[in-house]
Write a protein that binds this ligand. Structure first.
Ligand SMILES: [Zn+2]
Length: 477
């Protein structure tokens, strides 16, 4: 609309009586032309339907049907100005712009948050836009059907690995793409410039014809009929001045045009290449804000379609602006034991060992030796993984002493319990060698479980004696 108004180009419209009128462009006129399938050569019936009003008693309202719901479509009925593909592309752009205008949400302007592709991700399963969920790290979630129809969630994918690979693909593509985009934009600009110029020339042609017509009409009237002659003279003059304005504007534009440089200037091209080379460093720079990174991605990426193809793999398709695509396969971290390749075997082994009374850390050690690993670890099983699986299968750690008991002997703990004295005091005496007793190879102290020994320790505790020797070999001597 602005381009037409700026150049004083009129648009052909039908008035109430079905007569052709050339009128200044308005938004509604431009939109009506863009949305009219007749310009793509198609005859269409049933573009609107009577939508029942939400207020009871009110008359139904005329409302547009979506393109796919049109009742009758006969293609190639009229000479087409644009092909059907272009028409559909325009419709998509209009929908997109409208979405952007109405709810910013749908077009993916950069938003805060960790997920880099927020707003431009689409589900490869059902085609709906994906949302971001921040739950233990960001995820791309397709919950459209869940929200709309209560169906189960379509899919969810970890954002971080996908973001990383898409960013890498972006940086890889950036240098040639920038330059391509620049020259492509330049070409498009020149094309539309040419089209507008053609329209201007046609307009001048039309005005010339109208002026000639008005002149003929004026010449044909009876000069005595002053009223008619006056009106026709006025029309003729108006047509001439309109023609003159259009001709002048066209001439001026032609003059300006010759001063405009053609193609991409050399220094600008060099600048773009330099920027392309600097971009990876800029990207990695911690000072670069996340929303800037997001905005950068959106300069080149139209959307990203993703689909989980295996438990730990996602197919990711990047749709670049301009329609080219790049396919990636992203490996996703496995976040559950159930997703580990040998998980069944691992669970069975843990249960078996736990039933045998092994401790979690022991089980973890054994499983590590057998080549298992925890979900987030590359080469080892963590005791916490064992514990989780064990508790899930309701297996308690069997209570057992760590070392087998020795008949007629007490450990430090047992002795402390028996005599109601602190464990620490016993250790202090052992260290001072106030108590000498047998020591196993493992380092465990053992005290003879008999009245004499216990009595001796009581005496030591009450400071009646300074030293006791409970060593077996000593007694036997
Ligand atoms: Zn989906």
């Amino acid at each position: 609309m602005r381009a037409f108004v700026g150049r004083g180009l009129a648009l052909p419209r039908l008035d109430r009586h079905g007569d052709l009128r050339w009128q200044p462009a308005t938004v509604s006129a431009v939109t009506a032309i863009l949305k009219n399938p007749a310009y793509a050569g198609a005859f269409v019936y049933g573009r609107t339907w009577q939508k029942p009003s939400e207020i009871p008693g009110e008359r139904p309202q005329k409302s547009p049907r979506r393109g796919t719901d049109w009742r009758i479509v006969v293609r190639e009925k009229y000479p087409a100005y644009i092909d059907w593909e272009t028409f559909e592309k325009i419709q998509a752009m209009l929908r997109d712009n409208r979405a952007e205008y109405q709810h910013i949400k749908s077009r993916g302007i950069p938003r805060d948050g960790a997920a880099l592709l927020h707003g431009i991700t689409y589900c490869g399963e059902c085609g709906h836009k994906m949302a971001v969920r921040y739950k233990g790290g960001s995820q791309y979630v397709c919950n459209h059907l869940k929200i709309q129809r209560g169906a189960p969630e379509c899919q969810n994918l970890r954002a971080a690995p996908i973001d990383a690979q898409v960013a890498a693909a972006f940086l890889e593509a950036v240098a040639p793409a920038e330059i391509d985009a620049l020259s492509k934009a330049r070409k498009t600009h020149l094309q539309s410039e040419r089209a507008l110029r053609h329209a201007e020339e046609q307009q001048v042609e039309r005005l010339r014809y109208q002026a000639a017509l008005a002149e003929r009409q004026f010449n044909r009237t009876d000069p005595d009929n002053r009223l008619v002659t006056g009106e026709l003279e006025r029309r003729w003059e108006a047509a001439l001045s309109e023609l003159r304005r259009a001709e002048e504007a066209l001439a001026q534009r032609t003059m300006h045009k010759s001063n405009e440089p053609l193609g991409v200037p050399h220094d600008l091209r060099a600048k773009v290449i330099a920027l392309g080379n600097r971009l990876p460093a800029l990207w990695d720079n911690p000072a670069t804000r996340r929303d800037h990174r997001k905005a950068l991605l959106r300069c080149l990426i139209e959307k990203v379609v993703m689909r989980r193809c295996a438990r730990d793999k996602a197919e990711v398709r990047i749709v670049w602006r301009g329609g080219a695509t790049t396919e990636l396969v992203v490996t996703l971290p496995v976040n559950a034991v159930a997703a580990l390749p040998r998980h069944k075997e691992m669970v069975e082994r843990i249960c078996a060992l736990a039933r045998d009374g092994a401790y979690d850390d022991e089980i973890a050690r054994i499983l590590t030796q057998e080549g298992h690993h925890s979900p987030w670890e590359a080469d080892k099983v963590l005791p916490i993984t064992v514990r989780r699986i064990r508790l899930k299968h309701r297996l308690k750690v069997r209570h057992r002493t760590r070392w087998p008991a020795v008949a007629d002997h007490l450990t430090v703990t047992q002795l402390a319990q028996r005599l109601r004295i602190p464990v620490k005091w016993i250790y202090v005496q052992l260290k001072r060698e106030s108590i000498l007793t047998t020591r196993e190879a493992s380092g465990r102290f053992l005290f003879p479980d008999n009245t004499n020994a216990l009595q001796a320790i009581r005496s030591l505790r009450n400071h009646h004696i300074a030293k006791i020797d409970l060593r077996e070999d000593h007694h036997e001597k």
